[in-house]
Design a binder for this molecule. Structure first.
Ligand code: SF4
Length: 347
């Protein structure tokens, strides 16, 4: 829903990250999307992302839906500076706005230098640029000083905006950090740069795939608070993928619990913690370590998704399993108001 944070929770290997990648139609081969639809509602009219071509999808990724990956080090390109990588996103998706700013600046310079260095010919080129700043002819004429100047100013504007994004991410000394390479950044700073790239175009949906997993606890908390604040500031909806119920409690409005590739329960976060209905959700909550109580883990392992069990996929680990659970698949039903569950105990 617009403006909400949806938590997607489940054990490692249950398909949370693949779900995030599927939404962006980015499942890496040999994986592929076999069926189904992915509805997205950017301008009041739902579209199925799977029906769009790659060129349109490239516009949607980053501008409307973006993703922050688990490991910032592998998400960043080691041979480009932090600023270059944020600017690349800006130049791709917010080009129009940056071009406008660059042309306004160059126009002002023209006014100042009219009687001086700018000839009538230069003025003609400027008029052409104002009409179509990306025209092929301008690329061909790129040796002309005014066009060189325009390109320089465009990059300066992108860098300015990248510094601004780093400031919003609360990175100290952003003017210095903008020129740093990923290996010069701490884990927390690198993750903030990745989040800046994700939010650079103010997307409607940000998919955050365990963005704090590899960070130490204090930095983790800072990043969680930052994401919460940014959600308000950018009015984005967030899909927060995690295996950590503590993070879910801290961050999410609604929760989808996944098991072996399926959503088995979905409800508000308060409802999930107060009235978990699915035996897997109950087991997940019981496995949170509590001081003074013996640690309780979920027995068994997540089944192979290549040959998933027949019937309910949780049947070999569920202490309530019945005959029917080994033969048929339960359907997802609304067991309580806005509380959906996929289990025969509630059908
Ligand atoms: Fe357990 Fe059966 Fe419910 Fe699956 S459908 S969670 S096996 S009770």
């Amino acid at each position: 829903k617009k403006g909400e944070t949806l938590g997607v929770v489940g054990e490692t290997g249950c398909g949370k990250s693949v779900t995030g990648l599927s939404v962006l139609v980015l499942v890496p081969p040999p994986g592929r999307i076999e069926g189904g639809k992915i509805f997205f509602n950017p301008k009041g009219k739902p579209v199925d992302l799977l029906s769009l071509n790659e060129a349109i999808l490239r516009r949607i990724r980053g501008q409307y839906i973006s993703m922050v990956f688990q490991d910032p080090r592998s998400a960043l390109n080691p041979v480009y500076t932090a600023g270059d990588q944020i600017a690349e996103v800006l130049l791709h998706h917010r080009r129009k706005e940056l071009v406008q700013r660059a042309l306004e600046r160059i126009s002002k310079e023209t006014e100042v230098g009219k009687a001086g260095f700018l000839s009538g010919y230069h003025e003609k080129v400027l008029q052409k640029m104002l009409k179509n700043p990306n025209a092929l002819i301008l690329l061909i004429l790129s040796k002309i000083p005014i066009i060189k100047r325009y390109k320089g100013i465009l990059n300066e504007e992108a860098k300015k905006e990248a510094i601004n994004m780093l400031k919003i991410m609360r990175i100290p000394d952003p003017e210095r950090v903008v020129d740093m390479y990923p290996h010069e950044l701490s884990g927390g700073m690198a993750q903030r740069v990745v989040i800046a790239m994700g939010l650079a175009c103010n997307p409607g949906i940000l998919i955050a795939d365990e963005p704090t997993t590899n960070l130490d606890v204090t930095v983790q908390l800072q990043i969680l608070h930052l994401i919460k604040e940014l959600k308000e500031k950018f009015a984005s909806s967030i899909v927060y993928v995690t295996h950590d119920m503590g993070v879910i409690a801290e961050m999410c409005d609604r929760v989808a619990v996944m098991y072996a590739g399926n959503v088995v329960e979905i409800a508000s976060a308060v409802e999930i913690f107060k009235n978990p209905l699915h035996p897997y959700t109950q087991a997940l909550l019981e496995s949170i370590p509590t001081p003074g109580k013996p640690f309780k883990s979920i027995e068994g392992i997540v089944p192979s998704l290549i040959n998933p069990p027949i019937g309910c996929r949780f049947n070999d680990r569920c202490s309530y399993a019945m005959e029917i659970c080994r033969k048929s698949k339960p359907k997802i039903v609304e067991a309580r108001k806005e509380h959906f569950v996929k289990c025969f105990l509630h059908q």
